[in-house]
Design a protein around this ligand. Structure first.
Ligand code: SAM
Length: 288
C-alpha cells in the first residue's frame, strides 16, 4: 500500500476497507479491490479506488466524492434542473466539479456555447479524466475551458457574465468552506446576467440540516427566488441530498429542454417532482 492508502485503508482478514469518518458516532466502510491512483496535492489527498459495491470512487481527504455506480444521480440532478429552468443558457460556469461529471452533463445542451470550469486542484481533473472516464467521459468538448484557481477569487472579478453558475463543491471544510459563505453567494449574484441563476449542493437534510438551512437562507436573502430540491445519492451520508437554486428572475422549469434520451436518472417526472419536499424538510425551512 502507498502512503495515502495506508492513511485511509485498513486490512482485515486479507480484505481492504476504506473507512469514511462521517461524524463522532458514524463511520461508513467500503471494501476495496485496489487503489488505482493516489497523490497528495497542495490542497488535498486524492485517491481513485476500485470498490466492490460502488465501482470506481474518487476519494478526497478520505471522503468519497463520486462513484461510477451512483455518481450520475448527483451529476444529473445538479446540472439538468438549472439548465431546464433557464430559458436560453449560453454561458455556464462550474465552480469545483473536478471529477468533470457536471461539465459532461452540460455538454449535452447544444444551445450552450461556452462552459467555464474553475477548479482549485488540477490533479483532481487529471486523475478523473485519466482513471474515471465513467464519470468524466474524458471530456474533450471544445466549449469547455478549465481554470485552475480558487473559485472564491475567480468569481470576484466577474460581473454580469453568466447565465447559469453551478457550485459543485466538496463539503464545507478546507478550501470549500468559503464556497458556503454569504459573501461568495453575493459575488455569484454579481457574476450572473440579469436573468441568471445559480445552484449549489446544500448538504444532507438528515445529518447537516443547519448547513442546508443556512445555505438556503443566505441564497433567499440575495436572490428574489430560492428553491430547494432533493435526490437520493446512496454514497452520501444520510442518502437524501439537497440542492438549492437562487434565481434573479422567476422562470418556470421546462422539462421539454432536457435531453432525457441521454440521462439515466433525470426524466420528466423527476424534473417536476424533485421540488416536492418531505414534511420534515419543509418544516425545517419554514421554522424561524
Ligand atoms: N460531487 C461531489 C460531492 O458533493 O461530494 C463534489 C464534486 S467535486 C470532486 C468537488 C471539487 O471542488 C473538488 O475537486 C475540489 O478540489 C473543488 N474545490 C474545493 N474548494 C474549491 C474552491 N475554493 N475553488 C474551486 N474548487 C474547489
Amino acid at each position: 500500500m502507498g502512503f495515502l492508502a495506508q492513511k485511509y485503508l485498513t486490512e482485515k482478514d486479507g480484505q481492504l476497507w476504506l473507512t469514511e469518518d462521517e461524524r463522532e458516532n458514524l463511520k461508513i466502510s467500503y471494501r476495496i479491490k485496489n487503489i488505482i491512483f493516489e497523490e497528495q496535492s497542495p490542497f488535498q489527498d486524492i485517491m481513485i479506488a476500485d470498490s466492490y459495491d460502488f465501482g470506481k470512487m474518487l476519494v478526497l481527504d478520505g471522503v468519497v466524492q463520486t462513484t461510477s455506480v451512483d455518481g450520475y444521480i448527483y451529476n444529473e440532478m445538479i446540472s439538468h434542473i438549472p439548465l431546464c429552468i433557464h430559458p436560453d443558457p449560453k454561458k455556464v460556469l462550474i465552480i469545483g466539479g473536478g471529477d468533470c461529471g457536471v461539465a459532461r452533463e452540460i455538454c449535452r445542451y447544444h444551445q450552450v456555447e461556452q462552459i467555464e470550469m474553475v477548479e482549485i486542484d488540477e490533479t483532481v481533473v487529471y486523475a478523473s479524466k485519466t482513471f474515471l472516464p465513467e464519470i468524466s467521459g474524458h471530456l474533450e468538448d471544445e466549449r469547455v475551458h478549465f481554470y485552475y484557481e480558487d473559485g472564491v477569487h475567480f468569481i470576484k472579478e466577474r460581473a454580469g457574465e453568466y447565465d447559469v453558475i453551478i457550485i459543485d463543491s466538496s463539503d464545507p471544510v478546507g478550501p470549500a468552506t468559503a464556497l458556503f459563505e454569504k459573501e461568495f453567494y453575493e459575488n455569484i449574484a454579481t457574476a450572473l446576467k440579469d436573468n441568471g441563476l445559480m445552484v449549489c449542493q446544500s448538504q444532507s437534510p438528515i445529518f447537516h440540516p443547519a448547513t442546508m438551512k443556512q445555505s438556503y437562507e443566505r441564497i433567499s436573502e440575495i436572490f428574489p427566488t430560492a428553491m430547494l430540491y432533493t435526490a437520493v445519492v446512496p454514497t452520501y451520508p444520510g442518502g437524501l441530498w439537497s440542492f438549492t437554486i437562487g434565481t434573479k428572475k422567476y422562470q418556470k422549469l421546462n422539462p421539454e429542454i432536457c435531453p432525457t434520451k441521454e440521462t439515466r436518472y433525470v426524466n420528466k417526472s423527476i424534473l417536476s417532482a424533485c421540488f416536492s419536499l418531505p414534511q420534515f424538510l419543509q418544516q425545517e425551512l419554514e421554522r424561524k
